[in-house]
Design a binder for this molecule. Sequence first.
Ligand code: 7TS
Length: 422
Amino acid sequence: MAAIVEELISIRPKPSDGWNVERIRKDFPVLRQTVNGKPLVYLDNAASSQVPVMVIERGAQYIEQEHSNIHRGVHYLSMRATTAYEGAREKVKRFINARDVKECIFVRGATEGVNLVMHGYGRKFIGEGDEIIISALEHHANIVPWQMLCEERGAKLRVIPMNDAGELLMDEYQALLNERTKFVAVTHVSNALGSVVPVRDVIESAHKYGAPVLIDGAQWAPHARIDVQDLDCDFYTFSGHKIFAPTGSGVVYGKADLLEKMNPFQGGGDMIKSVTFEKTIYADLPNKFEAGTPAIASQIGLGAAIDYLNIIGREKAAAYEHQLLSYATERISALEGVRIIGTAREKLGVLSFTIDGVHPHDIGTILDQQGIAVRAGHHCAQPVMKRFNLPATARASFAFYNTTEEIDQLINAIEKVIEVFV
Ligand code: 7TS
């Protein structure tokens, strides 16, 4: 383990270096396989990114040597597990620049993060006639919970519209804000189009009306720095499995004063100070929001994934990913009959496209035959598809271990699709 960290540190790109993608790829065992007789080209990173060996080994170490429950035992293993789990929380705190570890709640992923805020804050503070603003770019995870709340409480869901490029119409947002606005929940980056949302402006404007803001950072976290204090967001959530950690890990950040006055999300063990049949006193933050045994191995893995990102250098990775997206955009734009869906000026990580006369699922299937993994479908963002009058798109999404050669292979495979179908 220590040897791997040392080795990684020794290859850490220096400001003068290029991005050593071949070296980085060696950290990801899953990339070494063939699919349908072709080397795997993994371009479905927006769904789940791959896990480096350093993270795999940390998870395995917990299972092999530390497997036990946290916060409970006075015995050696439990103390080790607790230290590792709380150590991961400390890493998360630094990763997002939270003021305190108690503001970092471990959840299964962004979906659970949004649901925690809806139940804990929404059900306590939002009522009849109140308004919740979301955006036209949202993943279902940041639509459905708010709809459920509106239905239950008689509140109203308002939606910031977008233009044909997939950019939110910020003037329309300003017009939606009023004294009835009690909550704003928007994505940081669209998972279907890649558009970056100007969340700083969203937050600043909402705060003028006293409305707290939740940012869904599921698609931002893998690519760029998060600073919750600088953003001044009230809540921020992301999934571990999209930032090179195992499934079942994730975080919702909340400002301590809001988390303190919210309802707990679930009731059970580990979230209490005392229980009698008459009354339960809840535990302090963050335990108040972490009922039951969490995904200990996965959250420790998330801590290791954060270490990994720090070691390889996030800025360098981001700059490289930016080059990949530009290169892919350029090459795909040049293909006749291929249309890029989502042409916002500021984009991250995601390239959605359609081919005239070909259903996106057929694109996905033919690409898979070439060993290329993309997602084809509505991307859990049906309102985005509806806005573009499409049932679905094909979507290539990138990580810092992808290469320009892989993009060339994608282009060749798309040309094959056109040959077969058009
Ligand atoms: N929010 C956004 C913006 C997302 O992209 C996703 C998952 C979620 C929330 C939900 O995350 P989860 O980890 O709780 O499932 N997006 C995708 C995707 O684009 N393809 O598969 C999952």
